[in-house]
Ligand binder design. Structure first.
Ligand SMILES: Cc1cc2nc3c(=O)[nH]c(=O)nc-3n(C[C@H](O)[C@H](O)[C@H](O)COP(=O)(O)O)c2cc1C
Length: 235
């Protein structure tokens, strides 16, 4: 099974990246073939709403020739998608929003007598901030993807307010691991395998995955230091 990770943060070793990688490593343990891409590694042009053209022109693989098109192809090929975003003003980062708008080209295949190309794909979300807005952000992501036809497993949103120290929070890390496990298990279930969709609490697995993420991201110690969230007060 193919599970795709999408990193919507500019920081390759930040909390969003840490928890995304943990989720993917967990999915790998369920037999997934994992890959991930940063949304910051190329240009994702904003949607121009060509769905309103007479054609309509809005169909996969989208009208633009850019990195966004490359990512849409990866999404098309994946069976499971884990989208990870930092919280930027109670919402996903701008590049994530751009990609979601461009995913209309997958969803709008319904206008051409086909199912949405997102129908039946399994979706999970990882959300990282420093203060507040995780549920607005994660809730937005799963509501949108579900509206495009994706299947949302139980416990499919993991969030942390620990910013670049997210990997060191056991609860947040365990939740991220469960996103990976449950996205993979749901894909397996849809393929007819007999699996149980239950939350796993496994400290040995958590320590194992944390170690792997630390090594892969070349992180040596828990980052310290202030990270601004929202609001004026520094506390
Ligand atoms: C433009 C901007 C807006 C932000 N808004 C929020 C917010 O609404 N809530 C929050 O908890 N953190 C907010 N933050 C803090 C980031 O979410 C935080 O730095 C997080 O660690 C980013 O993830 P990363 O380190 O993986 O990039 C904001 C940061 C930026 C740059």
């Amino acid at each position: 099974m193919k599970i795709l990770g999408l990193l919507g943060s500019p920081h390759k070793t930040g909390g969003t990246s840490q928890l995304l990688l943990a989720a993917l490593k967990a999915a790998e343990r369920e037999g997934a073939q994992i890959s991930w891409y940063s949304l910051y590694d190329g240009e994702i042009k904003p949607c121009v709403g060509c769905i309103q053209n007479e054609g309509p022109d809005c169909k996969f693989p989208c009208i633009f020739e850019d990195y966004g098109k490359f990512l849409l192809q990866k999404i098309y090929e994946a069976e499971g998608i884990i989208l990870a975003t930092p919280i930027y003003w109670f919402a996903p980062s701008g590049v994530v929003k751009n990609l979601i708008d461009r995913m209309t080209s997958l969803e709008n295949m319904v206008a051409f007598g086909e199912p949405s190309y997102l129908e039946g794909k399994v979706f999970g979300a990882v959300v990282v901030g420093a203060d507040t807005g995780a549920i607005m952000t994660g809730g937005y992501l799963i509501t949108t993807l579900n509206s495009m036809g994706a299947i949302i497993p139980p416990w499919a949103i993991a969030y942390s307010y620990k910013s670049k120290a997210s990997l060191w929070d056991n609860k947040d890390l365990m939740n991220a691991i469960n996103v990976g496990l449950l996205v993979a298990k749901t894909v397996a279930l849809l393929k007819g395998e007999k699996v149980k969709l239950a939350y796993v609490e496994d400290i040995a697995l958590l320590e194992e995955i944390r170690k792997e993420v630390l090594t892969e991201l070349k992180l040596t110690s828990k980052p310290t230091g202030y990270v601004r969230g929202v609001g004026y007060l520094r506390y």
